[in-house]
Ligand binder design. Structure first.
Ligand SMILES: C[S@@+](CC[C@H](N)C(=O)[O-])C[C@H]1O[C@@H](n2cnc3c(N)ncnc32)[C@H](O)[C@@H]1O
Length: 314
């Protein structure tokens, strides 16, 4: 059971920090099996589950480059501190001029440290590229972003990776999900967190029904056990693909109740789903899972209260 969820140095939209505990309870990983994560994003799930053998992959080459350079020692926590202190100081002095200077430099040279800097100083921590694969997120307008405490926080996140990488046999690969899934064998485990169908359109390549069906077919063809993260429903809409493309799966839900601002009408809930090709915890075991306090905050909005309820479909 995971007690504390570690936050990785990269921020990404759709990060699964709040679902790590539920996923860890639902995973069924045999000894010697390889953990495959074809849409690793920040990597928060696998990095917390810390399996002995893992393949982390993503189509975003810059996240993969950052983790590979930390793994090889080319980038370490000392280098990260020096870099962020220097560039953070220049950001404070020159404000947006420096942000756009680093953005241009990154789009020419693709230095993973520049990527880390942009990821932490851009608008809302978004990762978005244009059609020519140039990072195009505007400035977050926080010249004081890289305060001493904030730099130390990022440095500690990198330090943790430095500690866990040598203890495990992990690979980081830039490739499309089909390639990653085809590497898995029947005894392995695949955790998939693709862009949410019908919701996010801000990735450089949008995710549509064709992708969803291909993902389903590749997952079943692998013969491996898998979990897929997706959205289930909110107040307005239901994810229709759960009952069609994923109709043969078991489902676990985690509901986020959130309350934005002071008004009653701004209360809402969003149901997240984990879909899997094996029976997860029994309903009885599931009842033992205590109600937990978890938080859910909409970007740029103030959280007033939150609660998380773990449920299982009968
Ligand atoms: C929702 S995010 C994953 C978030 C991750 N689970 C986390 O908690 O940080 C989806 C990821 O899929 C990646 N992606 C999008 N299309 C892809 C593809 N065709 N193959 C591999 N990765 C892809 C994106 O770059 C993004 O990092």
């Amino acid at each position: 059971m995971i007690e504390k969820v570690y936050i990785p140095p990269i921020k990404i939209q759709g990060i699964k920090t709040k679902l790590v505990k539920l996923i860890s309870q639902a995973v069924s990983l045999q000894d010697q099996a390889v953990w495959y994560e074809p849409f690793m994003g920040s990597g928060v799930v696998g990095l917390n589950l810390a399996p002995k053998y893992a393949v982390f992959a993503d189509a975003n080459p810059y996240v993969i480059a950052l983790y590979n350079e930390i793994k090889s020692g080319q980038i370490n926590s000392y280098i990260v501190r020096e870099f962020l202190e220097k560039e953070g100081g220049l950001l404070k002095e020159k404000d947006e001029k420096h942000y756009y200077y680093i953005r241009d430099r990154f789009n020419e040279q693709h230095n993973p440290l520049d990527f880390l800097f942009l990821n932490r100083s851009c608008f809302n921590g978004m990762i978005r590229f244009n059609k020519n694969y140039k990072f195009n997120v505007p400035y977050g307008h926080k010249p004081e972003r890289f305060s001493k405490a904030y730099v130390t926080k990022i440095v500690n996140q990198v330090k943790r990776l430095e500690t866990i990488f040598p203890q495990n046999d992990w690979q980081f690969k830039c490739q499309s999900f089909e390639e990653t899934i085809r590497e898995a064998s029947e005894r392995d485990f695949i955790y998939c967190d693709p862009p949410y169908i019908g919701r996010h359109v801000d990735y450089y390549d949008s995710w549509d029904e064709e992708h969803e069906i291909l993902l389903r077919d590749e997952l079943y063809a692998s013969g491996a056990k898998f979990i897929l993260s997706t959205w289930d429903e909110n107040k307005y809409r239901k994810n229709e693909y759960i009952d069609s493309v994923w109709k043969d799966c078991y489902k676990l839900n985690q509901e986020h109740f959130y309350h934005v601002g002071a008004r009653e009408k701004n209360r809402g809930s969003m149901l997240e789903a984990l879909l899997m090709n094996y029976e997860p915890l029994t309903a009885q075991d599931q009842k033992k899972v205590e109600y937990e306090q978890l938080s859910f905050v909409l970007p740029g909005m103030k959280q007033v209260g939150s609660m998380c309820n773990l449920q299982m479909e009968e």
